[in-house]
Design a protein around this ligand. Structure first.
Ligand code: FAD
Ligand code: NAI
Length: 467
């Protein structure tokens, strides 16, 4: 059997590419070494973390917000095993969904580790040690990414954990020390903070969520502090020692001038980024070039330097996000079937699923300043939004950045309840090259949180009504 396309890795990049290619008439096979499909995202990433984020947010609401809404209940208790069972059921349901899609689209599945032997030849090594060689016209590498280790610190996934271990701790730790104030650190830190852990986040840079808009990062840190999360910025963790049942963590200033201090924790979560996963793929032997950061180098059409070998998702450059991987999967399937597949990297939203959520698309103020682009900013707080007040979700704001001359919207940043849903009207607007006036003059239903998006847009070219 020879295939039109073999996709190695069935994460959001790989499975979406396979499904789209099959929909476009190609004979497709996938190779996956995990027992279940869906990659990092469905098994140990986006989906399980959101299951725990939602459950812990509900607990937090019941614990602290119900009374203010006029609801009296007894003191809610955390059933950690129950929360884990909820998470596991969600993973099962979602990964089973991918099996269904493969079957529906007549995609063949090879279980094992895929290795590129040459153009058009993939070897699959099964768990029992047996191998088979599968032939095809084109190969797509969608092997994703893996945890970035912290030099000198051993991750045992029990007390010193990566995000994977943090999703299945035996119990809620008394003290959690998070290394890295990025997306994983703040999301999983929030889960445990709500469930009762004392959470301290040690971050190398002088701000949390480094690439986000400075305004967003500053105000969001204030909100997390109010929730009880502690931060040690401009600092790095240089050692973790077991001391009885506890961990002694050595923390040094990032600049390295002052003396080191030690902190105690029960669990340490290392969340300092992820790195492309190319191990065991035989890329060097096949002559596939990597870039300086170990990512597979591709052209704008996802083609590597070797004909017939393509790559998408976390394993190539760009933000390590599931929706970016998915869109590349679709674009590549379209390109391979002769269509004009395309991803607009200027309009890829980023969402942090904390409470409140943080959502962002396009340029930050810092990026616009650095690029010398003249812009105007409009801002509107949720404290002036009726729906937000009715729901006791009045923290946060919307900020719209538009070109000073043309009024074209260049970036939208939201901190607030439901920000991850609201950001998409900005994405559609930006995809069509819309202006802040287009957004500000679009009728928004009342009362909705989204009215704050309209008002922030109004604030860039006129005056908002409710402020
Ligand atoms: P992956 O999902 O990593 O899939 C790659 C697959 O390839 C894996 O199943 C792996 O087993 C398989 N594989 C690797 N090598 C081989 C081989 N040689 N042979 C066969 N199979 C192989 N992104 C978001 O957009 N939103 C979120 O909310 C979000 N939350 C996250 C939370 C956590 C805790 C983590 C860790 C990540 C999160 N991400 C999130 C990032 C997201 O998971 C990744 O961007 C996304 O999964 C990348 O998709 P991918 O298809 O490129 O790779
Ligand atoms: P990240 O890149 O978001 O954050 C890592 C943080 O660790 C940075 O702020 C960095 O300055 C800091 N850091 C690096 N070395 C350090 C050190 N030695 N000491 C202290 N701090 C240090 O990476 P993270 O959080 O691990 O997430 C990995 C990827 O997963 C992200 O790129 C993100 O795209 C994806 N992800 C996306 C989510 C979402 O979209 N909601 C959720 C979770 C992960």
């Amino acid at each position: 059997m020879s295939y039109d396309l073999i996709v190695i890795g069935t994460g959001p990049g790989g499975y979406v590419c396979a499904v789209k290619a099959a929909q476009l008439g190609m004979k497709v096979a996938v190779v996956e070494k995990r027992k279940s499909h869906g990659g990092t995202c469905l098994n140990v990433g986006c989906i399980p973390s959101k299951a725990l984020l939602h459950a812990s947010e509900m607990f937090e609401e019941a614990n602290h917000s119900f009374e203010a809404l006029g609801i009296k209940i007894g003191k809610p208790k955390v059933d950690w095993k129950g929360m884990q069972a909820h998470k596991d059921k969600v993973i099962e349901g979602n990964t089973a969904g991918i099996d269904y899609l493969f079957k529906k689209n007549k995609i063949d599945i090879f279980t094992g580790t895929g290795r590129v032997l040459a153009q058009g030849k993939v070897e699959v090594l099964a768990e029992d040690g047996s191998t088979q060689i599968v032939e095809c016209k084109n190969i797509v590498i969608a092997t994703g990414s893996d945890v970035m280790p912290l030099p000198g610190i051993e991750i045992d996934e029990k007390t010193v954990v990566s995000s994977t271990g943090a999703l299945e701790l035996d119990k809620v730790p008394g003290r959690l020390l998070v290394v890295g104030a990025g997306v994983i650190g703040l999301e999983l830190g929030s889960v445990y903070q709500r469930l009762g852990s004392k959470v301290t986040v040690v971050e190398f840079m002088d701000k949390i969520l480094g690439p986000m808009d400075g305004d967003v990062s500053k105000q969001f840190q204030r909100m997390l502090k109010k929730q009880g999360m502690e931060f040690k910025l401009s600092s790095k963790v240089t050692g973790v020692d077991k001391k009885g049942k506890a961990l002694e963590v050595t923390v040094e200033p990032a600049a390295g001038e002052a003396a080191a201090e030690t902190m105690e924790a029960d669990v340490v979560l290392v969340a300092i980024g992820r790195r492309p996963y190319t191990e065991g793929l035989g890329l060097a032997e096949a002559g596939v070039k990597l870039d300086e950061r170990g990512r597979i180098e591709t052209d704008a059409h996802y083609k590597t330097n070797v004909d017939g070998i393509y790559a998408i998702g976390d394993v190539i450059k760009g933000p390590m996000l599931a929706h970016k991987a998915e869109d590349e999967g679709v674009a590549l399937a379209e390109i391979l079937s002769g269509q004009a597949g395309h991803v607009n990297y200027e309009v890829i939203p980023g969402v942090v699923y904390t409470s409140p959520e943080v959502a962002s698309v396009g340029k930050t103020e810092e990026e616009l300043k650095a690029a010398g682009i003249a812009y105007k900013a409009g801002k509107f707080p949720f404290s002036a939004n009726g729906r937000a007040k009715a729901m006791l979700k009045a923290d946060g704001f919307v900020k719209v950045l538009a070109d000073k001359e043309t009024d074209r919207v260049l970036g939208v940043h939201i901190v607030g309840h439901g920000a991850g849903e609201m950001i998409h009207e900005a994405c559609v607007l930006m995809e069509f090259g819309g202006s802040s006036e287009d957004l500000g003059r679009t009728c928004h239903a009342h009362p909705t949180m989204s009215e704050a998006v309209k008002e922030a847009a109004l604030a860039t070219f006129a005056k908002p009504i409710h402020m």
